[in-house]
Each structure stands twice: as C-alpha cells, then as structure tokens.
Design a protein around this ligand. Structure first.
Ligand code: 5GP
Ligand code: ZN
Length: 118
C-alpha cells in the first residue's frame, strides 16, 4: 500500500495517533489540534481526497462508523452536543487531502459557531 498522505501513514501504523475505532474500511482517531476536547476524525482507510470520489461501499462504511461513534464521542467528554463536518476540497479549508469527518463535541460555553457560518 502506498503512503500517499499523512492519514495513510496513520492507517498503515507508520505515524502514531490516538485511535478510538477501527473496522475493515474505517479508522477514527483524535485530532492532533483539537477544536474542543474529544475532537475526532473518522476516515476511510482508502486514500481519496474528495467524498464524491470515494467508492460507495467506503462512503457507507464511513457513515455507519459516524453513526456508531457520534454519541459515544459526545458522552466520553460529557458534552451536550456535537458538530459534524467535512471540508471537501482545498477551497473549503481542507488541508489533508484524504476524506475525513470531523466530530467536534460542543457546549454552549465553547463560543464556536455553526457549521454553515461561512
Ligand atoms: P481539514 O482542514 O483538512 O479538514 O482538517 C485536517 C485536520 O487534521 C486538522 O484538524 C488537523 O489538526 C488534523 N491533523 C493534521 N495532521 C494530523 C496528524 O498527523 N495527526 C492527527 N491526529 N491529526 C492531524
Ligand atoms: Zn491518504
């Protein structure tokens, strides 16, 4: 398997990460610069930069993992809410060119905005 980006390096175990979930197609780990405590990234193991280019099976597995994890991530840090988002392409702010879902625990004290507050 080629190491095409930093997240591929994490998938392959070449780069350390605080892993919180793994299945055949998906890996989840803590963001290295968390926006709030518990900020987690859920990624497909296959390298693809954009969501629309991801094979349907990997997209389905990604959303299945999100569904499994989102409540547990929130509960793990005792947060009342979470923001879920994907930066899809460099112009949207995507820095790592490997599809990833941000799961960011939220609270009324965090002073963050809404995901559509562009
Ligand atoms: P993007 O702007 O591409 O949607 O977000 C990329 C995210 O990946 C950022 O929140 C950044 O902190 C995180 N990140 C970048 N490099 C690494 C890394 O090597 N390890 C981990 N755990 N997170 C990373
Ligand atoms: Zn990659």
């Amino acid at each position: 398997m080629q190491t095409r980006c930093v997240f591929c390096g994490i998938v392959q175990g070449l780069k350390p990460a605080l892993r919180v979930y793994e299945d055949d197609r998906v890996l989840a780990f803590l963001d290295i610069h968390p926006s709030t405590p518990g900020h987690t990234l859920i990624i497909p193991k296959v390298h693809e930069a954009r969501l629309e280019d991801l094979p349907e099976e990997d997209a389905a597995a990604l959303f299945r993992a999100l569904h499994r994890l989102v409540g547990r991530i929130r509960a793990a840090v005792d947060a009342p809410a979470s923001t879920v988002g994907i930066n899809n392409g460099p112009e949207s702010g995507q820095e790592v060119p490997h599809v990833h879902i941000h799961v960011i625990p939220r609270s009324s004290q965090d002073r963050g905005g809404i995901v559509q507050g562009i």
